[in-house]
Design a protein around this ligand. Sequence first.
Ligand code: UDX
Length: 336
Amino acid sequence: MASPAPAPAPFCPKRILVTGGAGFIGSHLCKRLVNEGHDVICLDNLFTGDKLNIAELLTRPNFEFIRHDIVDPIKLEVDQIYNLACPASPPHYQYNPIKTMQTSVLGIMNMLELARHLNCPILQASTSEVYGDALVHPQRENYWGNVNCAGIRSCYDEGKRAAETLLFDYNRMYKTKVRVVRIFNTYGPNMHPYDGRVVSNFIRQALNNEPITIFGSGDQTRSFQFVDDLVEGMVRMMNNTNDFIGPVNLGNPGEFTIKQLAEMVIRMTGSQSQLVYRELPGDDPCRRRPDNSLAREKLGGWQPVVQLEQGLERTIAYFRSINANLAHYRPPTKNF
Ligand SMILES: O=c1ccn([C@@H]2O[C@H](COP(=O)(O)OP(=O)(O)O[C@H]3OC[C@@H](O)[C@H](O)[C@H]3O)[C@@H](O)[C@H]2O)c(=O)[nH]1
């Protein structure tokens, strides 16, 4: 007779720190972890994050918010750390590039020291920008990248690269349990309407019948991942039991030109907006698409399930819901 299936392991709530937890991706991660019953500490300096993203969570007993900048050390008792704190949109990370570098390097050092002291796993939100203006396509994790160390994107690209180096060195020197995910372009509800990235710009512009700003010819490509798919990959990576430390790409392999994206957004919103062409920012990568084989292999067959049109529908619905409240949001790069 076949032996009965083993009983599922009992759920064990963890104390989880999410830095950048009031930001776009961080708020989705916090929500997922809170709904799973974990005790979540969300830490954010609110430079690009927004308390509205976590307003619902603030009423939950297993969620707390601390306003803090990870450039300064902090002592907390937790079982896991997700490090997402860093402005991620080009205009925001270029606003104060020295601060961006400090956040990437000093911030991760503070978090790594905390993880070492607590002997707990730490997951770093790295980025597809570590590949720079990639010369191989699609990008696999073993590609070392084509990155300018002296350009206007360097503060972010090199900051995230240095952060990766620190994580792997902490792992080699101190056996710190590190996890590194390289996040490709991600979109969804809770993006700041003045985020400056292409999806949020195009949707905001389309809903307000303003010109859609295409940088360069619009023939450059990106692969857009819906935020829920990313969060699923991050949680699987954190909890993988194979001691797989990465780096691992998390992105949707569907590749679109920026012009295609603009046309899709105009069609889906029924907008009267016209396309206008602006200068391409320096070092803007030409093509980007993840090779996801490693994530599929190591993270239990993980792959994105939300296609661009479906994800855009949900994002457009979110932007419609906040459009009446646009005045609440200020571009974080403007002093006031
Ligand atoms: O209004 C706009 C905004 C952006 N763009 C273009 O759209 C493309 C995508 O731009 P985004 O700013 O959304 O994102 P980028 O791919 O340049 O950078 C992103 O890469 C990966 C992530 O880690 C980061 O979130 C972000 O830096 C670029 O070619 C950009 O020039 C426009 O054509 N118009």
